[in-house]
Write a protein that binds this ligand. Structure first.
Ligand code: ADP
Ligand code: MG
Length: 695
């Protein structure tokens, strides 16, 4: 009993240590029985008949009704996989992995056999795979090589209501493929009722509703606007726990840091109250969490205990946690928004839409009548929130997407069959970025370099750096740096040992900055045999480093496929920095004594992030990987450069203005022209060589 209690109370700490804590059996019912209880089971024959007599169908059903895990299996039972794989896309990597794992279990196979998944840099499929879950981004990549989707008999675009860029693009690509392949079946599933729009887009196809068994949810609003939604959230959770009947709690927060700190604060409070209150199991869920820890939220809550799950909006629709009776909704989520003028993408905490709020509320009514605590006032819900979330394609950086479309020969972006077309300035800024990276020629057509760049599943800036490293003979080092940039932070900084961790980290610091620091870490880890002991001594996340090794391997295999060499610079550090400039030249900043740094494009005041190895150093010119907005704008992953390299590697982009200056370090450099407002870009929207030549 004592042990059990300890396990429950310290579950949060155990999670952080990533140890396995088991609470016994997962569910009382055998799996085959559980499957028959799902709402989708009753609709099985209707669904299968509809798929058989239509090329497109739209399926709408509450989250948890069994769409994602069951329909693919029904299709498999119907024999569709004899004619090709059954593919199912997910907007989120975590969801793809978690769902594939569950379905493999139901199917009775190992992940990667009959049921598998494919997400960026992690392919768990084999020749035997019949049901394949993947991110929508991966299927979009597949379309590059195989626009007709010839490996698939059915493709299910799941979670279509999320309207990610990749799903939106796939709408159009699959509609085209379906014209050529009448036997290809396309299923669009959505959790919300914007089905009419989907149906209209897919030639008025049928819409099937899966009636869910849902219970009424009582909604409570805050009496006055909350200044600090974190404090309000914690108070609300404690109040529910102390004053309400049994039932688990689901809390929606905006991101990992917020979730981790809420878990810690709540854990401390619960510990302080000791036996005065019931046991509370505190669990986090966000995409960066290792999957063993994630799967814990699916385990049934032990008798006499309450579970509280702190989640990002991943728990809105992509994954379902059973037994939730209470939802706490502060009303925010983090949205990736691109500012084309400043040329930067930012994660901004913004109010959610009404549709999202209702989706969150619905999570409380799956097992019985529930309660939803909205930590905002009622009039905010009715008068201030947008009805629907704005599709990503209308607010994100599209350079990667457009590079891919161009690589598929789709040049006329104005006439592309977008469900909701992106704003013109987003298209123009993406085209301009690709042109500046020399991926497009002046007519807006793909260059040889652009063709090669499109082969790498990464930002065009990074693929440009990668390919420049081949010419500059440092592809060995650059592939490592890019791999390290693609994985989560490798530095481990536990709250109670921060100074010690920072001391260890500083031993890896390279005087020229973070990119070379990352190279140092990887190289030393690799030379030491890539083991866990090295990581423990040096406060590194071994798991992330191993992932970096996998990513590096995949990057190198793409380079090999392109018949390009992997060569080392043999200790020449400058060539590595110069190569970084060849891609990141648009992300350059110059030091201005009074304010810190100013970006050369856009003149934004920025600082060096405190976690950077260049923090507190005073180099004149730097380039950075990205800008992050916290208390202010920070450059993250920074490397010092020489200003004349900007002219050397981007002469089409920069000019020197103050040529009299004696010191080349003090040289002043400005962009040749405004990034995208120039009319000269407009015609790249629908590249038509002939019409331009005539004009
Ligand atoms: P939908 O796609 O309609 O939202 P799913 O097919 O994802 O529904 O889930 C159906 C049910 O399967 C859920 O209610 C849950 O009980 C169960 N389930 C799904 N994923 C898992 C998992 N990883 N572990 C345990 N149970 C799961
Ligand atoms: Mg689903």
């Amino acid at each position: 009993e004592q042990l059990k209690k300890e396990l429950v109370v310290t579950a949060w700490e155990k999670n952080r240590m990533r140890e396995k804590v088991s609470f016994g059996k997962r569910s009382s019912l055998p799996m085959s029985q559980q499957r028959k209880e799902l709402p989708v089971f009753k609709m099985r024959s209707t669904l299968m008949e509809s798929v058989s007599s239509n090329q497109f169908i739209v399926i709408v059903g509450e989250t948890g009704s069994g769409k994602t895990t069951q329909i693919t299996q029904y299709l498999n039972d119907e024999g569709y996989s004899r004619k090709g794989m059954i593919g199912c896309t997910q907007p989120r990597r975590v969801a793809a992995i978690s769902v594939a794992t569950r379905v493999a279990e139901e199917f009775g196979c190992k992940v990667g056999d009959e049921v598998g998944y494919n997400v960026r840099f992690d392919d768990r499929t084999s020749r035997r795979t019949q049901i394949k879950y993947m991110t929508d981004g991966m299927l979009q990549r597949e379309a590059l090589l195989d626009p007709l989707m010839s490996k698939y008999s059915v493709i299910m675009l799941d979670e279509a209501h999320e309207r990610t860029v990749a799903t939106d693009i796939l709408f159009a690509l699959l509609k085209e493929a379906a014209k050529v392949r009448p036997e290809l079946k396309i299923i669009i599933t959505s959790a919300t009722l914007d089905s009419e729009k989907f149906s209209k887009y897919f030639n008025g196809c049928p819409v099937i509703n899966i009636p869910g068994k849902t219970f009424p949810v009582e909604v409570m609003y805050a009496q006055s606007p909350q200044m600090d939604y974190i404090a309000a959230t914690l108070e609300c959770v404690m109040d529910i726990h102390i004053n309400n009947n049994a039932g688990d709690i689901l809390v929606f927060l905006t991101g990992q840091e917020e979730i981790d700190s809420c878990c810690e604060i709540l854990y401390e409070r619960v510990k302080m109250l000791g036996d005065a209150i019931g046991e509370l199991l505190i669990l986090p869920i966000y995409s960066a969490l290792p999957s063993e820890v994630q799967s814990k939220i699916f385990e049934p809550t032990p008798e006499g205990t309450r579970k509280v799950v702190f989640a990002t909006n991943i728990a809105e629709t992509s994954i379902t946690i059973d037994g939730i009776y209470y939802v706490v909704d502060p009303g925010f989520s983090k949205v990736n928004t691109y500012n084309p003028r400043a040329g930067m993408e930012q994660l901004i905490v913004s109010p959610i839409s009404k549709a999202q709020a209702n989706q969150r509320k619905g999570r409380a009514g799956r097992t019985g009548p529930g309660k939803c605590y909205r930590l905002y006032i009622e009039s905010a819900f009715y008068n201030e929130m947008l009805p629907n979330t704005i599709p990503e394609i209308q607010r994100q950086n599209l350079s990667n997407t457009i590079l891919m479309l161009k690589a598929m020969g789709i040049n006329d972006l104005l006439n592309f069959d977008f469900m909701d077309p992106p704003p013109r300035n987003l298209l123009l800024s993406a085209l301009s970025e690709l042109y500046n990276l020399e991926a497009l020629d002046t007519d807006g057509y793909l260059t040889k370099l652009g063709q090669r760049m499109s082969q790498f599943p990464m930002d065009p800036t990074l693929s440009k750096v990668m390919l420049s490293s081949v010419t500059n003979e440092c592809s060995e080092e650059i592939s490592t740096i890019i791999a390290m940039l693609s994985v989560q932070n490798v530095f481990f900084r536990p709250r109670d040992r921060q100074q010690e961790a920072d001391r260890q980290k500083s031993k890896f610091h390279h005087p020229y900055g973070d990119h070379l620091t990352l190279l140092n870490v990887y190289t030393q880890w690799d030379n030491a045999g890539g083991g866990q002991q090295f990581c423990e001594i040096n406060f590194l996340h071994g798991r992330h480093l191993k992932r970096a090794r996998d990513v590096k391997k995949q990057i190198c295999s793409i380079i090999n496929q392109l018949n390009l060499p992997i060569v080392s610079s043999r200790g020449d550090v400058d060539i590595i920095r110069k190569t970084l400039v060849a891609g990141f030249f648009m992300n350059a900043a110059k030091r201005e004594a009074s304010v810190g740094y100013k970006t050369i494009v856009g003149n934004t005041i920025v600082g060096i992030h405190p976690s950077s190895s260049l923090y507190g150093k005073e180099y004149e010119y730097v380039i950075y990987n990205s800008l992050v907005l916290t208390s202010r704008e920070f450059m993250s992953q920074v490397t010092s450069i020489e200003p004349d390299w900007l002219l050397e590697f981007a002469p089409h982009y920069y000019k020197a203005v103050d040529t009299n200056s004696k010191s080349r370090k003090k040289m002043k450099i400005t962009p040749l022209h405004d990034r995208y407002s120039k009319d000269q870009n407009s015609w790249r929207l629908s590249s038509k060589r002939q019409s331009r030549e005539k004009a």
